[in-house]
Design a protein around this ligand. Structure first.
Ligand code: SF4
Length: 913
């Protein structure tokens, strides 16, 4: 029977059709095919479709949708006119949310590699029952858990997890198995932004909101391409620019993009030299004396940290291919280039041991404003123009003029400036640094947390913020900005989750890259991936593919489709329910939480990820997880079984009974009288009378009180996106600004981040006074130097390689690639080349080419110019095509602070195939 949700179901009305007309006009501006909109609207009007409120499955913009169902199927989607994010619009992906769940090869039952009816690592995939699937997974999980301890197993999660899924995975691993080996693919997109915010403000998540894109006077895009990656936001930007001729767009990129078409100034920089450009702006601010002295004195301090922090690679060449070894060696010792030496006030050619690689990379200390000035002093216009100019066909003087225009905009006290960062600032081997530098510019000018003026980190995935960052599905985090390493935070989580004191593990777990490196080096043996396709998306993936197939490792891929990872890396494939086949909520890039109800049933035996985790938890007893456990480094986790008994917990009970189906959850009943006639596949499959998605969300809600302060489950399911902090039924648009934010307690500004710790003081090179000094309510203005990219083009690999997204496809294309219209619009992954580079290699547009990096060889077609008219010396590819594994070419260097891989720069060679 078709679901009918009395809370949110609406009939198509004349008003909606009129709004759709407005949406269609705006869509034309954004290049969205009007025929799709018209077709959806016509179908709705004629066929009496029921519309239910939902959220787009794709990017971090977080557009609200209306989802049309008929006869138990989703038949159409359109923009939700009542959602403030998109006001009825969607991009082309948004309109096809209705089709992504009906691909012909949708997985409908578990598949396991078997021979003669038994699991065989080298066998062929055969359909199995859920019982057989879990029997096999349980066997491998228990063996690795017993032999290696809690770090022997792990889950690789997603920024596309719903909030309840995020809570379930955190509780399963951190509370149940006492393992912090959970990390999401949000590590691959947002981790540098998070560290930038943590270190600057002591709290995560932006202070700004999307409305700032419209009310600013100057938008500075630092390495992000919203025309492709956030199309609906781009539409709002373009509309604002058309309405206000004074609105300027500065586009700071390593090559022109679709966003260049509306930019007033395109600044093309050499990869990694954005660090130098930011320091030039900072130097100009100091030299011109235009900084906001009052704001700085009251609300900021200056800080720096070590420069010799490595590149987030392994310190050994043991697992490196021979061609990788020269790059790998720089993780231990880097010979400074001439420019790098000037930028770091050192001698050219000096071989610097990377002594602060690893944990110490995040250390930092207070410095004086005089030291800060000294740090930025080498970054003159002349020096930075020479170092940073990225287009060899542009003159240095023209480039310098553009840099000066940019500095003029930032240095003008009177105007509003919004800087945005995304993958270009985050997927960066100094990603945390560039984020901090951009905050430094805004703080110095007193242009942070003010309407139309801020550094604003845009987010990539639909719930990288709402689930990964806010719920804490990272190896180091707990909900609401709490950390596993902090005893008080663990104690708070244990109290809310009803766990004995000492249950939670204080040792940070394996981050994303450490998990796959762990499969290679034997430190981890069972990996369960959820809502991700990592063997296509991770950099340098030929290593991880080989590791997955090692006989001792067991890989589980839970997905809706047979992805590249499922076919090539998995031992067991679990069929997953998709977005509108389950209840959920996402949190977008402006702190807006938007929920939805289940609208249709999942096909065949496909189940929600929440159900999979809860069902799996039934197979392990408390006594086998809460006994003494060994950890890496010779440490142990204490036995907490006696404390558990004292709390009335039976050691023979399952993790399901204790961690999930607890007293709190039992009060959240299913069926829920608020949602009569609506299904909940998870609750119905479990069959024990509770509403897991709502219970998980509401239990998590308790963590947010006094912190993120999110709305209740029923409010976000009913509403059209609610921004937090949400206090007494009112959303707070700007954080840290006393005019808007009650957490400022009457101050004009208060940077109240709870993680802001007292730090020592020193000079630009070292700590000189170890006494930690507190920073009550203050933000940090960091000096960070320019550092050359760890791998730069040379005579053998002579072109830069950059990766990213196009509008038609979502990430690895596992959903959008199955929508005929989107596939047709962009069917193939190609390498975008400059005409001169192609000509020099005898390559014509459309030729088949061979692309080689130190890590892999990939064959593809060349595309010359087109929508990505790259400059000479640099190439670009998207990674949506599973037949062209572009990310295998990428280097797995990461920002040493955030551990986020740098997908934006490595060196390749291109030949005609
Ligand atoms: S893909 Fe992003 S911009 Fe497009 S409709 Fe979905 S959320 Fe909006």
């Amino acid at each position: 029977m078709e679901n009918q949700n009395p809370v949110s179901a609406v009939r198509v009305s004349r008003r909606r059709l009129m709004k759709a007309g407005v949406a269609a006009s705006a869509a034309k501006i954004a290049g969205i095919p009007i025929t799709v909109i018209a077709a959806n609207e016509a179908a709705a009007a004629e066929q009496g479709i029921k519309w239910t409120k939902g959220v787009c499955r794709f990017c971090g913009t977080g557009c609200g949708l209306l989802v049309g169902t008929k006869n138990g199927k989703i038949v159409a989607t359109k923009g939700d006119p009542d959602c403030e994010v998109n006001r009825g619009l969607t991009c082309m992906k948004g309109y096809y949310n209705s089709e992504i769940i009906y691909g012909k090869d949708r997985l409908t039952q578990p598949l396991m590699r078997r021979t003669n009816g038994k699991f065989d690592k080298n066998g062929k995939f055969e359909p199995v029952s859920w019982k057989e699937a879990f029997d096999e997974l349980e066997k491998h999980w228990r063996k690795a858990y017993q032999e290696l301890g809690p770090t022997g197993v792990g889950i690789f999660g997603s920024g596309q997890y719903t909030i309840p899924e995020g809570v379930a995975v955190v509780k399963l691993l951190k509370a149940g198995f006492r393992s912090n080996n959970i990390d999401p693919n949000a590590r691959l997109c947002m981790a540098s932004a998070v560290v930038g915010m943590y270190q600057t403000f002591g709290v995560d998540e932006p202070s700004a909101c999307y409305h700032d894109l419209e009310i600013t006077q100057n938008l500075v895009l630092w390495g992000n391409n919203p025309a492709e990656a956030h199309p609906v936001l781009w539409n709002r930007i373009v509309a604002a620019k058309r309405a206000n001729p004074g609105y300027k767009i500065f586009n700071i990129q390593t090559h022109p993009t679709l966003s260049s078409r509306f930019a007033d100034v395109d600044i093309i920089f050499k990869p990694n030299t954005d660090l130098a450009i930011a320091n030039y702006i900072l130097r100009e601010i100091m030299h011109r004396g235009c900084y906001d002295k009052d704001f700085i004195e009251k609300h900021c301090i200056f800080a720096t940290g070590p420069y010799d922090i490595g590149y987030g690679m392994r310190p050994t060449e043991k697992f490196a291919y021979p061609a990788e070894r020269d790059t790998q060696a720089k993780q231990v010792k880097k010979v400074l280039s001439e420019d790098e030496a000037i930028a770091q006030r050192k001698a050219p050619g000096e071989a610097v041991e990377q002594k602060n690689a690893g944990g110490p990379a995040g250390n930092h200390w207070q410095i004086t404003i005089e030291d800060f000035k000294k740090g930025v002093e080498p970054y003159t216009l002349e020096f930075v123009s020479r170092v940073a100019k990225g287009n060899p066909d542009e003159s240095t003087s023209d480039f310098a003029k553009k840099l000066k225009m940019l500095a003029d905009v930032y240095c003008d006290k009177a105007n509003r400036v919004l800087s945005t960062g995304c993958m270009g600032t985050n997927q960066h081997q100094r990603g945390s640094w560039i984020n901090e530098q951009l905050y430094a510019i805004h703080l110095l000018m007193g242009k942070q947390a003010k309407p139309g003026s801020s550094m604003f980190s845009l987010t990539g995935q639909p719930s990288a913020c709402g689930t990964c960052r806010e719920v804490g599905t990272f190896s180091h985090r707990l909900p609401s900005d709490m950390l596993v390493a902090n005893p008080a935070h663990r104690a708070k989580a244990e109290k809310i989750w009803g766990l004995p004191e000492g249950t939670l593990n204080g040792q940070v777990g394996f981050d994303a890259m450490k998990m796959v490196r762990g499969l290679e080096d034997g430190s981890m043996r069972v990996l369960w991936t959820q809502v991700v396709n990592i063997f296509q998306s991770l950099p340098n993936a030929t290593h991880w593919l080989k590791a997955a197939r090692k006989p001792e490792n067991f890989i589980v891929v839970a997905d809706a489709y047979p992805t590249f990872s499922a076919k090539n890396a998995a031992d067991l494939i679990l069929p997953a329910a998709m977005i509108f086949e389950k209840w959920g909520a996402y949190g977008n890039g402006e702190r807006r939480t938007n929920g939805w109800s289940q609208m249709v049933q999942a096909p065949g035996e496909a189940k929600s990820d929440v159900w999979m985790m809860l069902e799996f938890a039934k197979r392990f007893k408390v006594k086998e997880c809460w006994c003494e456990q060994k950890l890496p480094g010779g440490k142990t986790l204490p036995n907490v079984l006696d404390k558990a008994k004292a709390m009335g917990i039976d050691p023979e009970a399952s993790l399901y009974d204790v961690v999930f189906h607890n007293a709190f959850a039992k009060k959240v009943a299913w069926p829920d009288p608020l949602y009569k006639g609506v299904h909940c596949g998870t609750a119905e499959d479990l069959g024990d009378g509770w509403f897991p998605e709502k219970a998980l969300y509401e239990e998590y809600w308790q963590f947010t009180q006094g912190a993120h302060q999110i709305a209740h489950f029923d409010e976000v399911v009913k509403g059209h996106g609610i921004v937090w902090p949400y206090i007494n039924g009112k959303s707070i648009s700007y954080r840290f600004n006393g005019m808007y934010d009650p957490f400022c307690n009457g101050a004009d500004f208060l940077f109240y981040g709870p993680l802001m710790k007292a730090i020592p003081s020193g000079n630009l090179d070292a700590v000189t006074d170890k006494t930690p000094k507190p920073l009550p309510g203050k933000a940090k203005i960091f000096f960070r130097p320019y550092a050359e990219a760890v791998e730069v083009p040379d005579s053998h690999y002579d072109l830069w390689f950059d990766t990213g997204r196009f509008m038609e496809h979502w990430h690895t294309g596992s959903m959008t690639g199955r929508v005929a219209a989107l596939h047709k619009a962009l069917p193939e992954g190609m390498l975008y080349m400059n005409a001169a580079d192609a000509k020099a290699r005898g390559i014509a547009d459309g030729d088949r080419i061979k692309i080689t990096s130190r890590r892999a060889t990939v064959f593809a077609k060349a595309c010359i110019g087109g929508r990505m008219p790259v400059t000479r010396g640099i190439t670009f590819a998207a990674f949506f095509d599973e037949n062209v594994q572009m990310n295998q070419l990428c280097l797995d260097a990461t920002c040493p602070l955030s551990l986020e891989p740098d997908y934006k720069k490595c060196a390749i060679r291109v030949e005609k195939a």
